[in-house]
Design a binder for this molecule. Structure first.
Ligand code: ARG
Ligand code: ZN
Length: 892
């Protein structure tokens, strides 16, 4: 917690560092409560200034010397997290020694203990909790790190780079010294010390160098590392093949720790992972978990180039490395899995969660221009929207030019700390395009709305598309300028056949685009005219925003028939799926507005009924179970909620359930047959085809269990779910069945299975997290009482971020009925947890409070109750900068 009041930092005030710290030689004498950190730093003044101000937080200063001469008390000052050295020479060696307390570090930033394991998290500004330094990404130094520890407690001693020496001291402690040959900012520093085992492999790079790959875990997790290793090797190969990027050290280490605020961290040569993102095993990890491990392993590996070799000048540029690296890991995952469904999942998350952030009090540009606490900016906007921006650049340039521009970026800026402008300048240089308007994507917050109308003129055999774009105001930003929005599109005839695109340019020239083209919107209003449509007898159907070519909300007045044609015929998988989503929204929203409780499909949803009939009829023959499962899934609560300025919580949930019920009942034989057809005798493997089959199977199971309260189906569906729970050999199927049993209206269905689960997995922390989540998301108001009880469960701990996310996070974000219960009890309970967490882990507290900040989206009673809790939090003494910033924005 910062001792000084939180203050905003502005991008426009950026100043280059006035000192270079060319090298730092660190020595750690590790001790749980009193670790001594000595640093020898080679300092060089870059200008006239001789007053050196170093960052340092919660450090007990033991000694300070310049070129070996201890400093007098009047030569320095340590206050407000800054160490000021007056009148330093132009070049010198600074020796510092400090003491820190890893055991007392519950914020999990800097050096801390996770169980008995020493580990670090320095991004963004954690290094200042370890040693005095210029803790900013544009100061790059060569690091050597010597670790000294009791060999009993910490037999394994790891840091960045290569081990260069080791030995034993007279007092029995052992030591290892590491050297990282690549200059790096201190946020990429890491050390790990403890009792770990490792699984090893090797990778031969494209130039023939052999790299040692090591994954370090606690002994009981050794059997859970194979998937991470496989993923790492695939990622290393992929980055060579797709980006020409080769790994640069002789050793690459990954360590899994249980207590970690985020997913993982790309420290040079020594990645530290939340164990949830590294460990995987069929018995305890779902398919989704396996895919997450694959993508996070790849993400951190890709950072070695996009982040480490070329890093950020300042933290405002965070998306330079994160947006780019997410784009890279998404492309990797698309190559490892089914690309169409991969894209659908990315967009689903963007549209339900990032769009919500963009429309909230904490909305911010992909490159923010100010912040109080940078940890609050590791957001969906910086990461996911940032990735969409890079995707648009890649599509605007085309694969070859984009690759050339990336090569140029990596070569030109290797070893440097740069800005978003530097990145985009490489794109401009290679493509010879002016991207100054495109830069607005980085500056303007909010989700653009694109409204499209079509004008078909049979006389001239032409079709005109009229576009309007507008970006809503966001806090602190009004009068948004038009963006460059690439719209990938095609035209279909009424039978769904693709039409050749002949675009009439302003000059009168005709441009033939083939069957698909990219329209570039640059103005608030703009029209495009297609000609040569003589064959048509009625208006063509536009297939717009294929592949989700820009992160916008696009509307077009489609008829249900047009949507059905797109669903069945479009060449673009994403748009086939999205046509289904539009049809579902168009059907569900009027029912939500009317607050219906029962749905007669033939009456209330004739087109959706036909669409499902068509999908289920062809289901037997499909080769693409993954796509079919996506098409058959109803829009989520979160996506439906996003369609409303004022979210009708109960009505959305009620209509979604009524629709699920109606579809389940109407197509019961089909769901059952399709379910049975997916049952496989193959041994579990987390590979794409099997994953697809399980996702379809478990979707069918979800529909079957919609009938859990209907007497004539009850026993049968109960037995199906129970049998799957009892007989499945993997967590994907077991968890799907358990969730449906535990969420059934009759609470007794889940009782034994939940007890069996706890009995079996109580020793396995990550697996118990799933048990907490399943219970936290039971869609009934009395879940609050159960969640309160679970806080006291011996396996629960507020100190462990994964547990907090699994129980409290899941309740507040994935259980709308219980969280938003009209008494306000859900809000008050969440606020209690935020207040408690604020005292020891501000980062997690600030994340947890987010659902309350969305108060404007609910009706008056809820608004008042949510605001009251925000005000209660705001009134707390000792509020961290993290929570203060979020709560203040929410109440403005
Ligand atoms: N750079 C990490 C990543 O790959 C995220 C670490 C952020 N940690 C934090 N405490 N803010 O995404
Ligand atoms: Zn990252």
């Amino acid at each position: 917690m910062s001792s000084s009041p939180a203050q905003a930092i502005y991008l426009r005030n950026y100043q280059a560092p006035e000192f270079a710290l060319d090298a730092i030689d660190l020595t750690f004498e590790l001790d749980p409560q009193a670790t001594k950190v000595s640093a020898e730093i080679q300092v060089r003044a870059l200008g006239e200034n001789r007053c050196l101000v170093l960052d340092g937080q919660d450090l007990t200063l033991l000694s300070l010397a310049i070129d070996g001469r201890p400093l007098d008390a009047d030569e320095y000052q340590y206050q407000n997290d800054q160490l000021t050295l007056l009148n330093v020479p132009s070049a010198f060696c600074l020796s510092t020694q400090v003491e820190i307390n890893p055991q007392a570090n519950s914020a999990l930033e800097g050096l801390y203990l996770s169980n008995a394991l020493y580990c670090t998290q320095c991004e963004a500004e954690g290094f200042r909790r370890i040693s005095f330094f210029l803790d900013r990404p544009d100061v790059l130094s060569r690091f050597t790190t010597k670790l000294i520890a009791d060999p009993q407690h910490a037999p394994i001693l790891l840091a960045n780079g290569n081990p260069i020496a080791q030995g034993t001291l007279a007092d029995g402690r052992h030591w290892v010294q590491w050297q990282d040959p690549f200059p790096k900012p201190c946020y990429l520093f890491a050390l790990v010390a403890g009792d770990l085992v490792c699984i090893q492999d090797t990778f031969v790079t494209q130039s023939g160098r052999s790299v040692d790959l090591q994954i370090w875990v606690e002994a009981e997790n050794q059997h859970k590392c194979a998937h991470a290793m496989r993923s790492l090797k695939a990622a290393m190969r992929w980055d060579e093949e797709v980006y020409g990027r080769e790994y640069d050290l002789d050793i690459y280490m990954i360590v899994a720790v249980n207590d970690f605020n985020m997913g993982a961290m790309e420290n040079k040569g020594l990645n530290i992972f939340n164990s949830a993102c590294a460990l995987a095993d069929p018995q305890t990890t779902t398919d989704l978990g396996f895919q997450r491990v694959e993508s996070v392993i790849a993400h951190e590996y890709f950072h070695n180039w996009s982040g480490n070799r070329v890093t950020c000048r300042d933290w405002f540029q965070l998306s330079l490395k994160e947006g780019f690296t997410v784009y890279r890991d998404q492309a990797f995952s698309a190559d490892m899995n089914f690309a169409g469904v991969q894209r659908i999942e990315e967009v689903t998350m963007l549209r339900s969660a990032q769009f919500a952030e963009d429309a909230s009090p904490t909305a911010h540009p992909v490159r923010p221009d100010h912040y109080m606490e940078i940890n609050n900016f590791y957001t969906l906007t910086v990461y996911e929207k940032g990735a969409e921006i890079v995707r648009m650049l890649a599509n605007l340039l085309g694969p070859q030019a984009f690759r050339q521009a990336c090569d140029l970026y990596f070569t030109r800026f290797d070893g440097q700390a740069v800005t978003v402008e530097d990145f985009v300048a490489c794109m401009e240089e290679i493509s010879q395009r002016d991207l100054s308007q495109f830069m607005r994507w980085y500056h303007q917050a909010g989700t653009p709305h694109v409204q499209v109308q079509g004008q078909y003129c049979p006389q001239t055999a032409s079709y005109r598309l009229d576009f309007q774009q507008a970006t809503p105001d966001t806090p602190g930003q009004t009068n948004k300028q038009p963006l460059l929005i690439p719209i990938t599109m095609g035209l279909l005839d009424a039978q769904g056949r693709p039409l050749p695109l002949k675009l009439k340019l302003a000059s009168g020239e005709i441009q033939a685009l083939g069957l698909q083209g990219v329209l570039e919107l640059t103005q608030a209003q703009q029209s495009f005219e297609f000609i040569g449509l003589e064959e048509l007898t009625e208006a063509p159907i536009p297939s717009l925003l294929r592949g989700f070519s820009a992160p916008v909300k696009l509307s077009f007045p489609y008829t249900p028939t047009q949507l059905a044609t797109l669903m069945a015929q479009d060449t673009d998988a994403f748009n086939r799926w999205d046509a289904g989503q539009r049809l579902a929204l168009d059907t569900l929203m009027p029912l939500i507005d009317a607050q219906v409780t029962q749905i007669d499909l033939a009456q209330d949803a004739p087109m959706l009924l036909e669409a499902y009939r068509a999908l289920l009829t062809e289901a037997e023959h499909t080769q693409d179970q993954a796509m079919l499962a996506s098409m058959l899934r109803l829009p989520s609560f979160a996506y439906l909620a996003e369609q409303y300025a004022c979210i009708p919580v109960e009505a959305i949930e009620q209509v979604r359930q009524a629709m699920r019920f109606a579809l389940a009942r109407t197509f019961y034989p089909q769901w059952k047959a399709l379910y049975q057809a997916q049952i496989s005798q193959q041994a579990y493997a987390p590979e794409a085809t099997q994953i697809a089959q399980r996702s379809l199977k478990n979707l069918c199971l979800d529909y079957l269990l919609a009938l859990a309260a209907v007497p004539e189906y009850q026993q049968e569906v109960y037995q199906i779910a129970l049998t799957q729970w009892r007989t499945s050999d993997n967590m994907t199927d077991a968890r799907a069945a358990l969730t449906l049993l535990a969420h059934a209206p009759d609470a007794s269905w889940g009782r034994d299975p939940l007890a069996e689960f706890a009995q079996r997995w109580q020793q396995d922390a990550l697996t118990m997290d799933q048990w907490f989540s399943i219970q936290a998301t039971r869609p009934y108001a009395d879940t609050l009482q159960q969640v309160q009880n679970l806080l006291q469960h011996p396996n629960f701990s507020l100190k462990n971020p994964n547990k907090v996310r699994a129980l409290i996070g899941a309740f507040a974000q994935q259980n709308p009925l219980a969280f938003h219960q009209i008494s306000g009890a859900g809000y008050a309970w969440l606020a209690d947890q935020v207040i408690e967490l604020n005292g020891f882990n501000p980062q997690i507290a600030a994340r947890l409070v987010i659902p309350l900040t969305r108060w404007q989206r609910y009706q008056d009673t809820r608004q008042t109750l949510m605001r009251a809790q925000l005000e209660r939090i705001q009134a707390q003494a000792n509020l961290s900068a993290d929570v203060y910033e979020i709560v203040t924005k929410a109440l403005q």
